[in-house]
Design a protein. Sequence first.
Length: 82
Amino acid sequence: MILDVILGNNIDTSMWIKDLQENKADCIIVVDYAFNDEPTEIEGVIYMSPIQAHRYIKKFDSVNYYKSLYAYPGMHGNISSL
């Protein structure tokens, strides 16, 4: 069985979830770095802490990870990089 793991709960999380559900993903979890409660299932997606996810991932044959990365012009303090 394949597990799809979305790293972080941010503005892109709903986009990742929608895309994975449209492609009939077996199991989707969101690793929420600010989450400390018991794993919670919302509309077929399980939200959990990194420690819980570390244990949960071991149950699957294959794991796919998804992460959004943001880069902005001038991030290095040099606005001329625009």
